[in-house]
Design a protein around this ligand. Sequence first.
Ligand SMILES: [Zn+2]
Length: 181
Amino acid sequence: MSGKWSQIGVPHKGWTCVSVDDLGAPDAVCEMCETQEIRYVHHMEHPDYRDSLGVGCICAQHMENDYEAPRRRERTLRNAAQRRHRWLCRKWKISAKGNAYLNTDGMNIVVYCRTRTLWTARIEERATGRFETLKRRYTDEDTAKLAAFDAMIILKHERGWSSRGKQVALSSSACIIPRQR
Ligand SMILES: [Zn+2]
């Protein structure tokens, strides 16, 4: 028992994960055991403890007394990071209006130019027709495509678009974009 596991007043069970971050590399130390270096940070909260703790998979498993959920969260982030690498190489089609688009994950993703140099994207859930447009504008098409990917992952995992099962709270910016080192 190391770190906060042996500290009086720190609950061992009954924690809830509120979000999870991918740091891109093992850049943090688990705040529970205070020894494990971690890449995926599970942010845990407890009604009887004032701070939230950023912990690793193994400590998270004990704290929420669930061996599957923390692993599932990490798998989701890992898969997303791998997909993001391949995202620009996918076969984007060209719409009648001349915009690149992709149908994937039950969504239709269109990247287009607002002005000659400002790109954005629109993501539509095909089953319902609801859609979101990226808030920011990008200076090139590829960057807009990657931003659309991040938005799609968040819509899917945080808002439950076109996905069944339990939603995972992924921390938006850090979830897919590796931190600059
Ligand atoms: Zn730990």
